[in-house]
Design a binder for this molecule. Structure first.
Ligand code: AHM
Ligand code: MG
Length: 337
């Protein structure tokens, strides 16, 4: 029987081999994974645990918070605040940053997360997930503040997500490719089930919320129009469509079998650059996609190069199979901004 490799062993080997990750980062990732296990338990209980439904509050972006959004946020905060590896955390569900309290030692990392992405799918038993991104405190920085978080995605030192679906799967990069771990519930541990994940450069599958079509910009409309024309159109092939409305699940499908995912800017709220958040949704997902050989842009620029100016900044997202992302990006280049 081939030996199972646990997440712990994988991380220890990442630390030892080539010194890919320092021990503090290894510890941090272990704690994030442990938090995901707890969130997975709560998600699994559903109505039996009394965790479904709205919490009756709104987050900083004016979105209604679900009970599980708040539970997941608390699990991540409580698990990560005392270990000594973090200076501060930021979350989709908190207005400002959460500085590690004085009673605990402060570390050199910053953790950002969307504790439970795909909120609209929580109550209907469709896959949801936790997305996370890890940055380092800027050197020689005295005292942590929100400005320390405003680093481009290319500065991430670890990123990943955990999808709570038919299986609970943790997907991780520390800059050495993408690895997937499946939760073995009997053992209570994540086991390595795929390594060196690679996304095919071409695809026949797109993911976009088609109900927004009338609001899209010309380049996105052109791309989707051409896909819809299928074999008879300029692309000369038929396309398939999937939209789970949980970014984690849509990205997981793309990492598994290729595809393109788009949540572009649209005219509903022209002042907003997009729906998804740059720092704890687009950046970690873009790094995973790039690490798997795919591409991620906002139509005009590589997402990982964007210099954030706000913690909860939004961004237009086009990511997945390289040739398709490059095609959509080239359509933008042909259209004045
Ligand atoms: P959330 O963080 O509030 O759950 O919103 C993000 C989600 C993504 O997971 C998903 O891609 C998108 O919103 C779905 O949006 P829509 O409901 O417009 O299809
Ligand atoms: Mg989200």
């Amino acid at each position: 029987m081939t030996q199972k490799i646990s997440l712990t062993r994988y991380l220890v080997e990442q630390q030892r081999v080539d010194g890919h990750i320092p021990s503090q980062l290894r510890l941090l990732l272990e704690v994030v994974a442990r938090s995901c296990k707890s969130i997975s338990q709560a998600v699994n209980k559903g109505a039996l645990g009394g965790v479904l439904g709205s919490a009756g509050s709104e987050n900083v972006q004016g979105e209604v918070q679900k009970k599980l959004d708040i539970i997941a946020n608390e699990v991540l905060i409580e698990a990560n605040e005392w270990g000594g590896h973090l200076a501060a955390m930021a979350s989709e569900e908190m207005d400002g940053i959460y500085v590690v309290p004085n009673r605990y030692p402060q570390g050199e990392y910053l953790l950002l997360f969307d504790p439970l992405d795909g909120s609209s799918n929580i109550d209907v038993n469709v896959s949801i997930g936790t997305i996370f991104s890890v940055l380092k405190m800027p050197e020689d920085d005295r005292g942590v503040d929100e400005g320390d978080f405003l680093q481009p995605g290319s500065k991430q030192v670890a990123a990943g997500y955990c999808v709570y679906g038919p299986q609970t799967t943790l997907v991780l990069t520390v800059g050495d490719g993408v690895a997937m771990f499946t939760l073995d519930r009997e053992q209570g541990s994540f086991v390595l089930t795929r390594e060196n994940v690679q996304i095919p450069a071409d695809t026949k599958e797109f993911a976009i919320n088609m109900s927004n079509m009338r609001h899209w910009d010309a380049p996105v409309r052109r791309y989707i129009d051409e896909c819809l024309q299928g074999k008879e159109g300029p692309r000369g092939k038929d396309f398939n469509m999937r939209w789970i409305a949980s970014m984690v699940a849509d990205v997981h499908r793309i990492l598994t079998r290729g595809g393109i995912f788009m949540y572009p800017w649209d005219k509903r709220e022209p002042g907003k650059p997009g729906k998804l958040r740059l720092m704890y949704e687009a950046n970690p997902m873009s790094w995973l996609i790039e690490q798997a050989g795919g591409a991620a842009t906002n139509g005009r620029q590589r997402i990982l190069d964007i210099q954030p100016t706000q913690l909860h900044e939004r961004v237009s997202v086009i990511l997945g199979s390289r040739n398709e992302v490059e095609r959509v990006t080239s359509y933008h280049a042909q259209t004045p901004a």
